[in-house]
Design a protein around this ligand. Structure first.
Ligand code: S3P
Length: 181
């Protein structure tokens, strides 16, 4: 699949919606460079996100996240798996839009809960691992995800292959449109 090498694809959505897996699959199928934001931050800081939140607080992590988005937005041909909170700062979204397209994976709180219930590496969910909390946090964030999104893929009850095929179609269409214009 031919992609526009000056553009990036940013995958956004709530924790556990499948951004990392889909980014990996899309990168494999398209030769786009894979960037997993959380992993990059952890590698650069030589520290887990859990520890970062605990030792330095959420704001410290959010600053690193913003700084990484700025660096990525100067690159091209990357598929970026964003942290679930990457859309919280307006400036982050602005940078993503400047040289990329944003695709939002939507999922119900129940789907999310099923996927994250055994996870312990997400500080916001540690001690809050229940559908009620996920619903509350998602309700706060939904308008931000929806506002940022150029395209939306609903991932509820879908197999990985189906989601990646939908993703590839969207990316192809976006680039075809852009290449014409
Ligand atoms: C967060 C999501 C996490 C990670 C951090 C905060 C959030 O990423 O960046 O724990 O605020 O939603 P994933 O969405 O990849 O789990």
């Amino acid at each position: 699949m031919e992609t526009n090498k000056s553009k990036n694809v940013f995958l956004i959505g709530f924790m556990g919606c499948g951004k990392s897996t889909m980014a990996r699959m899309l990168s494999r199928d398209t030769q786009m460079k894979l960037i997993e934001m959380d992993e990059t931050i952890e590698a650069e800081e030589k520290m887990s996100i859990n520890d970062m939140f605990e030792k330095f607080g959420e704001e410290y992590f959010r600053n690193l996240e913003s700084e990484l988005i700025q660096r990525i937005s100067r690159k091209g041909n990357c598929v970026v798996s964003c942290g679930g909170g990457a859309i919280l700062r307006e400036d982050n979204v602005k940078h993503m839009k400047e040289n990329g397209k944003i695709i939002y994976f939507s999922a119900t709180p129940e789907t999310i809960y099923k996927r994250v219930k055994h996870s312990t590496h997400r500080p916001l969910l540690n001690g809050n691992m229940n559908v009620e909390y996920i619903t509350e946090l998602m309700d706060k964030r939904l308008p931000l995800y929806e506002k940022a999104a150029d395209e939306v893929i609903c991932v509820d009850d879908k197999e990985k292959r189906q989601i990646v095929e939908e993703l590839k179609k969207i990316v192809e269409t976006m680039y075809l449109i852009d290449n014409k214009g």
